[in-house]
Design a binder for this molecule. Structure first.
Ligand code: MG
Length: 254
């Protein structure tokens, strides 16, 4: 019997960058009665709240105490404090300013060289490169672009693979991972989901075999692959619909 259900977010619990559906919200709240539930994603803390926590239907503080937010690939960890009735940060491993500057320059240069720097398509106030403290994220069309445009931009990951290849030539000291629909996450080596999952094991005091992980980018080079490579049991999903199907199955047999 697994003790922990861990989830990638984009394309695993939701349609990339949008709040989870009512169905996923209900399933997750049900899971909190039986499992420690750990979303782990490259996104920032506020997006975890907007996309997941705020969408859960009437969770009790006791249920929330079983929800563990592994933000920015688990380089930041937030836990619900039932006494304060609020989320508290347990740890944080940020990049240095120099690292952020170097990564930002490298990605912009690579994307420009390849003709994939689409500044003209950005909405007002949006940005292509975002400093997420523990990682720097390239989103080809910005954060606010429509889902359809994002899906259409690089469905086979070929553009991002080219950008990553060039980034690796220019600044090989960082790792670049493809995620979501238009994103590349740049991190210092090891600051990927393996880092997050390793800390999860420690923080929750569980073993690898206690965890079942759900992700959509489990192929080598994808941002869920480090979890697979660690030997954690993984279910590869195509969308949140697959995840809902699997969760209904798991909850159904309890
Ligand atoms: Mg994903």
């Amino acid at each position: 019997m697994k003790k922990v259900l861990a989830f990638d977010i984009d394309q695993t619990l939701n349609v990339a960058k949008t709040p989870i559906t009512d169905e996923i919200g209900e399933l997750l709240v049900n899971c909190l009665d039986y499992f420690e539930v750990c979303p782990i994603s490259g996104q920032k803390f506020d997006q975890f709240l907007i996309q997941i926590v705020d969408r859960l239907p009437n969770p009790t503080p006791a249920q929330l105490s079983h929800l563990h937010l592994f933000v920015a690939q688990g380089t930041q960890y937030y836990k619900f404090d039932t006494e304060k009735n609020d989320w508290v940060q347990i740890y944080n491993y940020p990049l240095t300013e120099e690292q952020v500057a170097k990564i930002s320059e490298t990605i912009e240069k690579s994307a420009r060289e390849l003709g994939f720097w689409e500044e003209d398509k950005l909405m007002e106030g949006d940005e292509i490169i975002e400093n997420r403290l523990s990682q720097v994220t390239f989103s080809a069309l910005g954060q606010k672009a429509g889902t359809e445009a994002k899906y259409a931009w690089d469905p086979d990951c070929k553009k991002r693979e080219k950008i990553v290849k060039r980034c690796k030539e220019l600044a090989p000291e960082f790792d670049y991972e493809i995620g979501g629909t238009t994103s590349i996450n740049a991190i210092t080596p090891g600051m990927n989901k393996e880092f997050g999952m390793t800390h999860l094991l420690e923080e929750l005091n569980v073993k690898k075999e206690d965890i079942l992980y759900f992700g959509d980018m489990t192929q080598p080079g994808g941002n869920d692959y480090p979890v697979v490579a660690m030997g954690i049991d993984t279910i590869t999903v195509r969308s949140h619909e697959d995840t809902a199907f699997a969760l209904r199955g798991i909850l159904g047999v309890l």
